[in-house]
Design a protein around this ligand. Structure first.
Ligand SMILES: Nc1ncnc2c1ncn2[C@@H]1O[C@H](COP(=O)(O)OP(=O)(O)O)[C@@H](O)[C@H]1O
Ligand SMILES: [Mg+2]
Length: 265
């Protein structure tokens, strides 16, 4: 099968990942296939250690599969890709740099033209509600604010694909809800494809077009749930919408009672 004609943003085909160390031989993923359309918002849920982070590393080229193919934007992934943005649970900001300078780090690493980088930074600061905090240092920012900075940094070069690995896992519940609402709006404004790994089923359903469920190790795709919610998702109304409760119930059932404990909110 040739990947040159693929129109998927991310294509993972028959992928297995095996980690071999002196002590262990771990099959993290086994025969995983998933396709992500350009502009889609995909949430990936599953128990700890099932290979979720490994999936994102594959998509970005940070890790090569032991078997199968990975394509990004229709091209085989053969090494670390520059056309992705990455957000982790920890904002990983440089303490001695202001919010703005932390965002601009991305531009420096990519040798982006200075003016273009400045203008994009201004846009992103406004889009993520960081206006007024541009010159604050990380220790002066709340956890939510720090994640906004990390998100701006990840979006600076307008990546067609944004990879998010439990980005809100360290935030308190209310901040997390607020970040969910904002992420959804930012996704709609940027049109970027998103792959979000989360432990929260409600976060997955609120945000995504589709939720992909991964089983415990070795990780395989247990199923996919299409989210039938409208594009405009008021948070409160969505939480009580029948489509929302139906989807969360189906995901819990799929993942099974034992695992629902691990991935429950
Ligand atoms: N570099 C590595 N070397 C050895 N084992 C690894 C490595 N990275 C991940 N693993 C193992 O692969 C499995 C999946 O890891 P990971 O993708 O981080 O899971 P998740 O993100 O779903 O919690 C785990 O059992 C983990 O211990
Ligand atoms: Mg992980």
């Amino acid at each position: 099968m040739s990947g040159s004609m693929s129109s998927y943003a991310v294509e993972i085909a028959g992928v297995s990942v095996r980690f071999r160390t002196k002590k262990r031989d771990v099959t993290a993923l086994h025969d995983v296939t998933m396709h992500v359309e350009p502009g889609e918002f995909i949430a990936i849920v599953g128990p700890s250690g099932c290979g979720k982070s490994t999936l994102l590393k594959l998509a970005s080229g940070l890790l090569a599969p032991s078997a199968g193919h990975v394509r990004l934007q229709g091209e085989d992934v053969t090494g670390a890709r520059k056309d992705v943005g990455y957000v982790f649970q920890k904002a990983a900001l440089l303490e001695w740099r202001t919010a703005r300078k932390n965002i601009l780090l991305q531009a420096e690493m990519r040798h982006m033209p200075a003016r273009q980088a400045r203008e994009r930074t201004d846009e992103l600061i406004a889009m993520t509600g960081l206006t007024g905090f541009e010159d604050a240092y990380p220790h002066e920012l709340s956890g939510g604010m720090q994640q906004r900075v990390a998100l701006c940094r990840a979006l600076l070069h307008r990546p067609p694909v944004l990879l998010m690995d439990e980005p809100f896992g360290a935030l308190d519940a209310l901040t997390r809800e607020q970040m969910n609402v904002e992420l959804r709006r930012i996704w709609q404004e940027t049109g970027t494809t998103v792959l979000l790994v989360t432990h929260s089923i409600s976060e997955a359903v609120y945000l995504a077009d589709r939720v992909v469920m991964i089983t415990a190790r070795p990780g395989t795709v247990a199923g996919t749930v299409d989210i039938e919610l409208p594009a405009e998702r008021d948070y409160g109304r969505t939480m009580s919408a029948p489509e929302f409760t139906d989807a969360t119930r189906r995901i819990r059932e799929h993942l099974g009672a034992a695992q629902a404990e691990v991935v429950g909110d």
